[in-house]
Design a protein around this ligand. Structure first.
Ligand code: GLU
Length: 305
């Protein structure tokens, strides 16, 4: 029917290591939200940061998703095949005067009295925004931002507001090593795949205003966002390869899936942990309750039953 809203969600892992409980939670949340709304669910392999890719990790992630019973729509989109699209988007921003070449090294930015950015690193002080200093060449490409309030309403975390200029500064679209930045790749691909709903971990909440700004600069639609609580260890660190989160074991799929559902606030019957995987998914699809999800940014795993 013309005008009917189409739900399209996605799960976009980076192949920097095996799937762990934290990434499973994001996959489960986005998958069930998509299916509950009769939507499609796509998988995108975010292998754009090639030096960080771990050989075999992408295939391992896809095999684990299959072993856990996820069924995605269409072929996997590999960001490593999308360089031409990112280059075209960057060129459009440069041609429009929205992106510019930057000669600054990390050390020069650190020495220029810049203040910390909202999610680590340093806010770019704008050294090259009015042209490269004499005799310098562009190493990276940055997007111009302004300091107006940029706000969006997250379905779980409520209203999020940033002032991009003071919170992050003009940010990198193409790095000095020639690689395209995650922020650009994700904006281009969410548009390319016509994603209506981004459901992902709250560790990416602070990136979202940059992505919305990029969408506006490129004339893209802005999806709805829901940022799920991330699983943290007892020290409050997000589960990741760096914090040595254990890889998921396919043999434990049922009980681990049940733990992920419980983590997302679903009231799972205790006996379901021993049920066949298909039965757990049938229960999850029938009982998925978005409103029951905790509206928190992180939850230590030790607090789980
Ligand atoms: N590839 C990103 C990650 O694994 C997720 C990006 C996203 O969902 O937008 O952290």
């Amino acid at each position: 029917m013309a005008g009917e809203a189409t739900y399209r969600g996605r799960f976009a892992p980076s192949p920097t290591g095996p799937l762990h409980f934290g990434s499973l939670v994001a996959a489960v949340g986005s998958y069930l939200d998509a299916r509950a709304q009769g939507g499609e669910w796509l998988v995108r392999m975010e292998d754009v940061d090639t030096p960080r890719n771990v050989p075999g990790a992408a295939d391992g992630i896809l095999a684990t998703l299959e072993a856990y019973g996820f069924e995605w729509d269409g072929p996997v989109l590999w960001q490593s095949t999308r360089f031409a699209a990112y280059a075209e988007a960057l060129q459009r921003l440069i041609d429009g005067g929205l992106a510019y070449g930057c000669a600054c090294s990390r050390k020069e930015i650190a020495d220029s009295g810049s203040h910390p950015a909202i999610d680590g690193g340093l806010a770019y002080p704008g050294t090259c925004r009015n042209g490269l200093p004499a005799g310098r060449v562009a190493r990276a490409w940055r997007l111009r931002v302004n300091d107006e309030a940029l706000a969006f309403v997250d379905r779980l975390q409520g209203t999020v507001t940033q002032h991009l200029q003071s919170d992050v500064g003009d940010f990198v679209l193409r790095r000095a090593d020639g690689l395209f930045a995650y922020q650009l790749a994700v904006a281009v691909d969410d548009e390319f795949q016509a994603i209506s709903d981004v459901v992902r971990g709250a560790d990416l909440l602070a990136s979202t205003p940059r992505q919305i700004w990029l969408q506006r600069c490129l004339g893209y639609a802005t999806p709805r966002y829901a940022h799920l609580p991330v699983a943290s260890n007892a020290a409050g660190e997000k589960l990741s390869k760096q914090t040595l989160a254990p890889a998921l074991t396919p043999g434990q799929a049922g009980p681990t899936l049940v733990r992920a559902l419980a983590f997302l606030g679903q009231t799972v019957p205790a006996e379901l942990a021993q049920a066949p995987l298909a039965e757990i998914w049938a229960w999850a699809h029938a009982h998925w309750d978005f409103a029951a999800m905790p509206r928190r940014k992180s939850i230590p795993l030790a607090t789980l039953p």
